[in-house]
Design a protein around this ligand. Structure first.
Ligand code: 536
Length: 362
């Protein structure tokens, strides 16, 4: 069995270890453009030795952003901005990935540290959020989304395709579709957000349609030799959510449509997260393991993964193939180095760049 520091191979991509940087919104872009912040933030994570770095949820259109500070891939200038970041990540031995997203009814929000709530309608930076049905998320995101027409659904699908092409052309090697966290695609799948009566709502087939069509359209342009992955919200921990069997069947059909890898996450389709077992280490790992086994796809999960010994065990016992780590890496980009120490292992040669490794080797 592999351990935390074993390579991971998928398609033509090899990760140096099983430590992956989960996408983390920085809300620090202007008009969707990355800047020095993103280079330093992601560069530090590459220097720190993680195998895979998935850049933050990046809007496929201006209205697809969560906040006005989110990154975008709806024009070529935005794509070009990623080039130095991709180059730096690769020069330091990590694989550059990006998550493309449409925020749906949760979009047009303030940055978390500026309130996290929907922007005022007359705010010059605000836009009209869209969704499958005119049902508000609630809580601090009270705006009722515009119910998307069939034409608007087709447009978002085309926006995902165009963003995937830009990600491909600028050199990303790993693409993650954001089908989680109550954003647009996930909200089509959830009966909590979708009450449409046309081909995109109601039955399992209809609620799955947006995700499956978007995935299939992206697969047409994303190179066969590169992994196409998705982060899927498989449960919400609330009444009225879809049964787990539906989530598993969705991922089975995603595999048939060309999905290579699944990152198991939550739905977040309601403001009520009181039943999420936040305190348990890697609480989604057993669910991820079940899905990976039943569908037959390499699997990752995230949320409260921070303890090196427990994380190594998740890999060694085959529960997950990759650990998607967020906050632990934010607080310590050198988590891989410290994990090797905690595991009592000799530091693998490829974890730290020579100017650091020389002084820090044990
Ligand atoms: C989920 N979040 C997910 C985000 C950004 C904001 C927060 C994303 O996928 N881009 C979350 C919900 C509730 C509590 C913590 C995190």
């Amino acid at each position: 069995m592999p351990d935390l520091f074993s390579e991971f191979r998928i398609k033509s991509v090899t990760l140096r270890n099983r430590i992956a940087v989960s996408p983390m919104c920085q809300y620090s872009a202007t008009d969707g453009m990355v800047n020095d912040w993103h280079l330093v933030h992601l560069g530090a994570l590459a220097r720190g030795g993680s195998g895979l770095i998935v850049a933050e949820a990046t809007g496929v259109s201006p209205e697809g952003r969560i906040t006005p500070g989110c990154t975008g891939l709806w024009n070529d200038a935005q794509a070009e901005g990623w080039r130095p970041i991709i180059r730096f990540i690769e020069e330091h031995g990590a694989v550059p990935g990006i998550q493309i997203a449409h925020a749906g009814r949760k979009g047009s929000a303030a940055r978390p540290w500026e309130g996290d709530c929907h922007l005022a309608i007359d705010d010059s930076q605000a836009w009209q959020p869209v969704g499958p049905s005119p049902i508000a998320f609630g809580g601090i995101l009270p705006r009722v989304p515009h119910e998307m027409t069939l034409q608007e659904i087709a447009r978002v699908r085309a926006d995902f395709v165009a963003a995937a092409q830009r990600a491909r052309d600028v050199g990303f090697k790993w693409l993650t579709l954001h089908f989680a966290h109550g954003y647009l695609a996930q909200s089509f799948f959830s009966p909590l957000a979708n009450q449409r009566t046309d081909d995109y709502g109601g039955s399992f087939e209809n609620r799955a349609r947006f995700i499956l069509e978007t995935l299939a359209a992206v697969r047409e342009v994303w190179p066969d030799h590169l992994p196409l992955t998705a982060r899927v919200g498989v449960l919400d921990y609330v009444e009225g959510e879809q049964p787990m069997e539906e989530s598993i069947e969705l991922i089975r059909r995603m595999k048939a449509a060309g999905l290579d890898f699944i990152d198991v996450s939550m739905g977040f389709n309601t403001p009520d997260v009181s039943r999420v077992p936040w305190g348990e280490h890697a609480f989604l790992a057993p669910i991820a393991q079940r899905i990976g086994r039943e569908v037959g796809l390499p699997t990752a999960t995230s949320w409260n993964i921070n303890d090196p010994v427990k994380t190594d065990e998740l890999i060694r016992t085959g529960q997950i193939d990759l650990a998607m780590i967020a906050r632990a890496l934010l607080s310590d980009p050198h988590w891989p180095y410290h994990a090797a120490q905690a595991l009592g292992r000799e530091l693998p040669q490829n974890v730290l760049p020579p100017p650091y490794a020389f002084w820090l080797k044990r």
